[in-house]
Design a protein around this ligand. Structure first.
Ligand code: UDP
Length: 331
């Protein structure tokens, strides 16, 4: 299948591009390179440096490349920034996405895979989290993703769009060969920050909150390998054949790890001690988030290849060891 990967130079998008190639598909990448990295995309692939909200350019690409399906990864994803700059988030994550969807429908492309988030659930009143929990985001980031989910439902009804929305838990790790990985600027995620602190690139790692009602007082999260995530996106293709199909899946391993457990695992994999500072809670962090992923396992035959923190961190460490400064190292 010819698949347009919007945001295909970003962290999750670039891993999905490689999985698409491995599965025999033909990815075409669109990315405005604001956060994405050109070097994360194989040079032999068609690549368009353009904005997802540029409907005219989108229509030209969809026609020229005979696109049959669009995968959309191009979102702003900093929760804190979404609170202080909500318009930026609504403009990119919602308005520009509407223009992308409008361009698709005009050209007759009606298959869509969307990267949503467990942040659409807000602070859950039930664990592990199933897909039928109430969705009540507690920040604009989560709200923008939920808004798009709702638009997709309306488009399925009105225009026969077939879509799958994957609600990610904590995407982590890097490609097994260490060729591509996580390189955010600014970096806010626990595992890359812990690795940086382990190697001395940062002086220490702050633990945000040690008084949560969890076994060791730190937050519990569900870390899922980026390649496992990507494989689910491709496993859903056969379900999108008929018009008007709609699917929602949680993507997590279902196994929670605390911040302290992640720190211990990073210390074990890197063989180095992480200087830690116990700090106050970070605003907006729920105590525990982890998935019930039985639906995606049952319906898509999804199997996790990286079931534990250490196997995920080992891939992140391989990427980091080969690229201590991320994509900036490569000429
Ligand atoms: N965290 C932390 N120190 C950091 C970064 C993150 O203690 O420097 C904690 C954070 O409070 C959360 C967990 O690590 O409980 C995962 O945070 P991350 O930002 O990686 O992902 P999120 O769960 O916010 O999507």
């Amino acid at each position: 299948m010819n698949v347009l990967v919007v945001g295909g130079a970003g962290y999750i998008g670039s891993h999905c591009v490689r999985q698409l190639i491995a599965a025999g598909h033909r990815p075409v990448v669109l990315d405005n390179l604001v956060y994405g990295h050109r070097r994360a995309v194989p040079t032999e692939l068609p690549f368009y440096a353009a904005n997802l909200g540029d409907a005219e350019t989108l229509k030209t690409i969809l026609r020229k490349e005979s696109i049959e399906m669009v995968m959309h990864f191009a979102a702003y994803c900093y929760v804190g920034e979404s609170v202080t700059a909500p318009l930026k988030y609504y403009e990119n994550n919602v308005s520009a996405t509407l223009r992308l969807l409008g361009a698709m429908l005009e050209v007759g492309v009606k298959k869509f895979v969307f990267s949503s988030t467990c942040a659409t659930y807000g602070s859950p009143d039930h664990l592990p989290m199933t897909e039928d929990l109430p969705q009540a985001p507690i920040n604009p980031y989560g709200q923008t993703k939920l808004d798009v989910e709702n638009v997709l439902k309306a488009l399925a009804t009105a225009h026969g769009l077939s879509f799958a929305a994957f609600r990610y838990f904590n995407a982590a790790g890097a490609s097994e060969d260490g060729a591509i990985g996580e390189d955010h600027n600014p970096e806010t995620h626990l595992i890359p920050l812990a690795i940086d602190a382990a190697v001395g690139k940062r002086p220490n790692l702050q633990i945000f909150g040690t008084d949560y009602p969890t076994p060791d007082g730190t937050c519990l999260r569900d870390y899922v390998h980026v390649d496992d995530l990507s494989r689910a996106h491709i496993a859903v293709f056969p379900k999108l054949g008929e018009p008007g199909q709609r699917y929602f899946y949680n993507l997590g391993t279902g196994k929670p790890f605390s911040v302290r457990e992640i720190i211990r695992a990073v210390e074990k994999i890197t063989g180095r001690k992480i200087p830690v500072i116990e700090s106050p809670r970070r605003a907006g962090d729920p105590a525990a988030l982890y998935a019930d992923s039985s639906k995606v396992q049952r319906e898509l035959g999804w199997k996790v290849k990286f079931p534990d923190a250490e196997s995920i961190i080992a891939t992140a460490w391989r990427w980091h060891s080969g690229h201590p400064n991320g994509y900036g190292d490569e000429a």
